[in-house]
Design a protein around this ligand. Structure first.
Ligand SMILES: [Zn+2]
Length: 100
C-alpha cells in the first residue's frame, strides 16, 4: 500500500458559457439604377438610364467597380441590400400609364 497523493487539483469553477448568437442570414448587396447626374455641370439633371450595375470584369480587379453598361463607378448606382433568407418573390408589375 502506498501513500495516496492527492495531486489532482482542478480549479474549474464557474461555468460562464458565453454563447454568441450569430445570424445565419446572408446579405446580398446589389447595385441597381445608376443615379449619376451627367448634366450636373450645366445645372441640369440627366441620368444615363442604366438599370443595373454590371461589373466590367471579375470581382477583385480594378475595373470590377466600373459598370459595363454605362461606364460609371459602382458608387453611382443605388445600393440595395437584401437578405438571402427571404425568397425574392417581389416581382410586381407596375401599371405604367404613359401620357404624351
Ligand atoms: Zn451610369
Amino acid at each position: 500500500m502506498g501513500p495516496q497523493q492527492d495531486g489532482r487539483s482542478s480549479t474549474a469553477n464557474g461555468g460562464t458559457a458565453a454563447r454568441r448568437k450569430e445570424a445565419a442570414a446572408k446579405q446580398v448587396v446589389r447595385y441597381r439604377e445608376c443615379q449619376r447626374n451627367h448634366a450636373a455641370s450645366v445645372g441640369g439633371h440627366a441620368v444615363d438610364g442604366c438599370r443595373e450595375f454590371m461589373a466590367s470584369s471579375a470581382d477583385g480587379t480594378a475595373v470590377a467597380l466600373t459598370c459595363a453598361a454605362c461606364g460609371c463607378h459602382r458608387s453611382f448606382h443605388r445600393r440595395e441590400v437584401a437578405t438571402a433568407t427571404e425568397t425574392a418573390a417581389d416581382c410586381r408589375d407596375r401599371a405604367s400609364t404613359t401620357s404624351g
